[in-house]
Ligand binder design. Structure first.
Ligand code: CLF
Ligand code: SF4
Length: 511
């Protein structure tokens, strides 16, 4: 029976599945790496990883299992929050004008109010008591956390003491990383992201006009050389100390797009676990150098092609493909922004007891549900990996509110998850944001431009899977050759079923 027609009763995790966003990911299927395997690797061997395509050492699997950025599967179930405690920065990136949050982790156009470490602790406790699926606290700005070391580490210290089940996560431009490796390790900050956009100063001078280092301002090629050396040395020191590292890179067409393949190779050699290549977001109203000079960002197709190259043979880097470029005070599942629910006057005025037992029970419920999803996937023989660009696949788009289920109305989707689909294959490749088509009767797509934009964005997809869809969007999508499938099922089951049917049909028509 095809997933489109098969009605299934899905287990619901009380208070979690309905609210939580979805996520498909791979479970390691092959042999685990031997405990004695040499370090200076990302801890994974070819064949499947938490984000991508490698078989994980079980110890690393345990470390990432509920980190929504390091594990693609976890991002459908677990939330992160950022606290904006770090205002200053020590470098200048051409995609940032310092009015907004650090664009190495955030999209431009949004700003965060800076909190003191004590205020940040109150916020974390308040949010953790209400968002039980919260698993990670990240510090990512609004400037560079390590240009504000006292505020950053004081915040981590307070949270580590009072919220022992929350993972600590840091994101930095890497200039001062080497100075703080011991402190990072001592505080148990187990996940660190370094933004590395280049390893060649000739490329770097087109991205960084200056850096401020050891009381001196450096410009041009010399600035880029110092920055690159410090980033790579810091990354290496972290991985040698057993800290899981992710590298973020901003893809800037014509400047570093080709070069990022080499960056991926280099950071993998230095032990980075994951590479997150993000699209440059650039427009004149952001007031950045790139925005004002007309530097464009990549298309989703260009981004995917580059990610595929870095993941392919020869490099085999684990790629993060589900980043949402969230803001420095983001709260919630990736892709949702619940910051407005946690206003300052509320969390600053309340004393919250930390409900460790309640949080543990909620996480246990999430894990039971994940296990059911995995069991279903295994029973049906669905792969979630398979290497980029496997022959005989199509792209399909999924609307989901999370929990691993196709469960969202087309008109309510703010983003679509793009999968490579085929017989026995459902491989997550990208999240694409759209403007919500239906905002209620008063704002519902009155001039058609939102729908037209969505159809364009999904133009390389063969089908859209959603719980319901209206007549007008269905007509527009079908006119563009995109099939609309109404379904309520596990994502991977539905994607693989539709993929098998579409690939089979294509094979028959080309015979
Ligand atoms: Fe935050 Fe970054 Fe830690 Fe995640 S975000 S500090 S690693 S907890 Fe995640 Fe957000 Fe992408 Fe960053 S989706 S921008 S990769
Ligand atoms: Fe802006 Fe972040 Fe670059 Fe600093 S490191 S200039 S805050 S994008």
């Amino acid at each position: 029976m095809s997933p489109e027609t098969e009605a299934r009763t899905l287990p619901v995790v009380q208070g979690v599945a309905a609210a939580s966003p979805v996520l498909p990911v791979l479970l390691p299927a092959g042999p685990a790496e031997s405990p004695g395997a040499p370090r200076r690797s990302c801890g994974a061997k070819r064949g499947g990883c938490g984000s991508g395509r490698e078989v994980l050492d079980p110890r690393i699997r345990e470390r990432i299992h509920n980190h929504p950025c390091y594990s693609q599967e976890a991002h459908q179930h677990y939330a992160r929050m950022h606290v904006a405690v770090a205002p200053a920065c020590n470098i200048q990136c051409n995609y940032c004008n310092r009015k907004y949050d650090c664009a190495n982790e955030s999209r431009p156009g949004v700003t965060s109010r800076v909190l003191t470490p004590e205020e940040a602790l109150r916020k974390v406790k308040y949010v953790a008591s209400r968002v039980k699926e919260l698993s990670v606290l990240g510090i990512a700005g609004p400037g560079d956390p390590l240009a504000n070391p006292d505020r950053t580490f004081r915040t981590f210290e307070l949270v580590a003491r009072e919220c022992p089940d929350i993972k600590l996560c840091l994101s930095t431009n890497g200039l001062r990383l080497l100075d703080h490796v011991n402190r990072i390790k001592a505080l148990g900050i187990d996940h660190v992201t370094v933004t590395i956009n280049m390893t060649e100063p000739e490329v770097g001078e087109r991205i960084y006009p200056w850096i401020f280092y050891n009381h001196k301002r450096y410009t041009g090629r010399e600035a880029a050389r110092i920055l690159s050396e410090r980033q790579l040395a810091g990354l290496q020191a972290l991985t040698e100390n057993g800290i899981l590292c992710k590298v973020n890179s901003v893809m800037i067409p014509g400047i570093n797009d080709e070069h990022l393949v080499e960056v991926s190779r280099t950071v993998k050699r230095l032990g980075a676990f994951l590479h997150n290549i993000m699209p440059l977001i650039s427009s004149p109203e952001h007031g950045t150098h790139f925005g004002l000079t007309g530097q464009r960002g990549p298309t989703p197709q260009e981004l995917k092609a580059l990610q595929d190259r870095c993941e392919a043979e020869g490099i085999a880097m684990n790629m993060m493909r589900h980043c949402r470029q969230c803001r420095a005070d983001a709260v919630g599942l990736l892709g949702e922004d619940r910051g407005a629910e946690f206003a300052e006057d509320v969390f600053l005025s309340q004393d919250v007891d930390y409900d460790l037992e309640g949080r543990r029970a909620a996480h246990a419920a999430i894990e039971r549900w994940r296990e059911e999803v995995r069991t279903a996937r295994t029973r049906l023989g669905i792969e979630t990996e398979g290497g980029p660009g496997r022959d005989g696949t199509v792209l399909v788009a999924v609307a989901s509110r999370g929990g691993g289920v196709v469960n969202q109305h087309f008109g309510h989707a703010r983003e679509f998850w793009i999968y490579e689909a085929g017989p026995g294959l459902a491989r997550f490749v990208q999240a694409r944001s759209v403007e919500r088509y239906c905002g209620g009767p008063e704002t519902c797509n009155d001039d058609g431009t939102i729908l037209a934009g969505t159809v364009r964005l999904l133009s390389d997809c063969a089908a859209v899977l959603c719980s319901r869809i209206g007549h007008e969007p269905r007509r527009a999508l079908e006119a563009a050759g995109i099939e609309c499938v109404e379904v309520y099922d596990l994502i991977e089951t539905a994607v693989a079923g539709v993929g098998a049917r579409l690939v089979g049909r294509r094979a028959r028509t080309t015979r």
